[in-house]
Ligand binder design. Structure first.
Ligand code: AMP
Ligand code: MG
Length: 366
């Protein structure tokens, strides 16, 4: 990593006592609200509610807990469960029955993949695995050989290879291996938001390594979160979230390995079957967790030229992008939301307009 002091990273991280995982932390969480922490997809997911009696909050948390456990079982890319069975069926050229929730999630992933020109594509699980990221610990050993990478690329796995008819899923391409990691967290927070709303909870914050989503306005004061500076574990800026908003950050600093002076990130460029380069983090703010999450991943992969167009195609307009030389770019809508903390922004922010009137790519039927 070049740019702003990599050395200061560890020291400041400890000094600042960043208790919450991921790219954001809640700055003004009220004192004793009711909160619970869940473990889903390898991340701690913290839910904090306000404004309802404790019993009501705990009942809602019990429902959430059951749903998160089910998502963990059904959507996990490398633990035994539904997704693993679906991947085995795809590799064998067989159709597979999924439950309606997974069918819906896959259809959403397929649509988002088309809108991102395939830069976000949950069909690239084989590539993610080959780079060693289907494990709870960082990869050890050597990166895959050029021959392995060429083979992965030749398989050309993509979401449009999938046909989803009701709850029957089949793939015309056995190289497809589903890995929902780039949007599952956001989708989980969307479902949790729906659960909390159904339980009569109107004020809550959900925080899961790199993603935060809010219900309500924190009793007249908005929930205010910090976007973490990946270079020094300080803070890039704060954002006051409006009711229903979701902010997701993706980057090369959460899951990676360093080899020969190169940082290999867990975000794979489907065009090369290799980890994306050049971007340290991307944060996306929108009204949907799944969309913010998928777009943050896609915009890490998209190059400097293309990212504004991909953002417009995906329908997101508030984006913050930090490159590995420490430069910070923001769309006008994101720039308007950034609040300086700790004495200002860590670097000047270049405002980048999004193109207007882009054609929205649609998936073929299926
Ligand atoms: P995120 O932290 O949301 O950017 O998600 C990264 C995770 O998504 C990785 O750990 C992989 O499991 C998966 N993934 C990596 N590259 C891609 C990609 N280009 N499209 C979709 N999923 C990906
Ligand atoms: Mg993501």
């Amino acid at each position: 990593m070049t740019g702003r002091s990599a050395l200061a990273r560890v020291a400041l991280g400890l000094a600042a006592g960043l208790a919450l995982a991921g790219g954001v932390r809640v700055l003004n969480a009220p004192a004793p609200a009711i909160s619970e922490t869940f473990y889903v997809f390898g991340t701690l997911l913290e839910v904090e509610t306000r404004g309802v009696p404790e019993a009501q909050a705990r009942d809602a948390m019990a429902v959430l807990g059951a749903h998160f456990r089910q998502m963990h079982r059904d959507w996990h890319a490398w633990a035994p469960g539904k997704l693993e069975s679906l991947n085995a069926a795809i590799a064998a050229g067989q159709p597979f029955e999924v439950d309606p929730g997974l069918a819906q999630l896959l259809a959403q992933g397929r649509d988002l993949a088309c809108r991102s020109d395939g830069l976000f594509d949950p069909a690239v699980g084989g590539m993610v695995e080959a780079w060693g990221f289907h494990a709870d610990t960082p990869p050890e050993g050597d990166p895959p050989s050029d021959a392995v990478v060429a083979k992965l690329l030749a398989g050309h796995p993509k979401m449009t290879d999938l046909t989803i008819e009701g709850t029957t899923v089949r793939s015309s391409n056995p190289a497809v291996q589903l890995d929902l990691g780039a949007y599952a967290k956001g989708a989980a927070l969307d479902l949790a938001e729906a659960d909390l709303t159904a339980a009569g909870i109107t004020d809550a914050v959900l925080n899961a390594g790199g993603g935060v989503q809010v219900l309500g306005d924190h009793g007249a004061r908005p929930w205010r979160v910090a976007i973490r500076d990946p270079f020094d574990w300080g803070v890039v800026a704060a954002v006051s979230l409006r009711p229903g908003e979701a902010l997701h950050t993706s980057g090369n600093y959460e899951r990676y390995f360093d080899k020969g002076g190169i940082r290999f990130s867990h975000i794979i460029d489907p065009r090369t079957a290799r980890p994306m380069r050049g971007v340290v983090s991307v944060s996306v703010l929108s009204d949907s967790g799944a969309l913010s999450d998928a777009a943050a991943t896609a915009l890490c992969v998209a190059g400097e030229e293309d990212w504004p167009r991909i953002a417009a195609q995906m329908g997101v307009s508030a984006v913050l992008r930090i490159t590995d030389d420490g430069s910070i770019f923001a769309t006008p809508e994101m720039r308007a939301r950034l609040e300086a903390v700790e004495g200002g922004f860590p670097a000047p922010i270049t405002v980048v307009d999004l193109p207007r009137d882009v054609a929205i790519p649609r998936c073929p039927e299926g």
